[in-house]
Design a protein. Sequence first.
Length: 265
Amino acid sequence: MNHIVTGSDMPFYQPQGNETALFEHAASHRLPVLIKGPTGCGKTRFVEYMARKLDRPLYTVACHDDLTAADLVGRHLVGAEGTWWQDGPLTRAVREGAICYLDEVVEARKDTTVVLHPLADDRRILPIERTGELLEAAPGFMLVVSYNPGYQNLLKGMKPSTRQRFVAMRFDYPMPEQEARIVAREADIAPEQAEQLVALGNALRRLEHHDVEEAASTRLLIYAARLMVSGVTPLEACEACLVEPLSDDTETVSALMEVVRAYFG
Ligand SMILES: Nc1ncnc2c1ncn2[C@@H]1O[C@H](COP(=O)(O)OP(=O)(O)OP(=O)(O)O)[C@@H](O)[C@H]1O
Ligand SMILES: [Mg+2]
């Protein structure tokens, strides 16, 4: 969990379309937002940026298959002085008027929908079963969830009754010009090299190979750029960041390396 204290550290975010305005409209109407998109395309960065822009604290929860409603809401703990209640991140966000961001929400246990539903519609309430409290969300409270629709087995995890409580946005890898700006900025690499990496990234993405589940992300392009900046040869950096992370299959790896050599040979 990650609490971003409001300060001057505005994260860099390169907009891809109308997403910042859409998010602001959703926030002003107190509507929850769902962001879907492939790994490493900027979902988390966007939420961090919007939290700062709207000047709201942010609680991020990385969901996993053991995550229960109690992990979100809170639980009784036993200490030296007896039993006491500890708010979970969702409860804290509800009380403080913060943004609660549930990353990979479809991973979470089904019992979490029970607490999310009344918060995600116009009731905006959080019933805390174990303490008998019925919390009304503070005005600034906003629920944001994200998931990767590419992981098919997870898609079925989100019921229409849940999905249809959210304003939904689709993210994808940025357009080349924007992505090059992101890579140059995040890795502090020369613009021409960033452009070349992005061109390679797009060539790799076009290469639909059966063993590559998901294409090289913006995140990986930044990794490659950072290694290049610190002196790793482009070929080695691309192999380590854009090829090996994508596949274990040696044939696939050599096919991808051929593309790399065409750009950085
Ligand atoms: N639009 C953008 N503006 C600025 N940086 C970006 C943008 N998109 C991607 N990045 C960079 O790419 C990295 C990966 O993005 P991010 O962590 O937001 O991906 P994600 O979509 O949350 O991925 P995952 O689904 O794996 O969590 C960021 O740390 C940032 O450096
Ligand atoms: Mg993320």
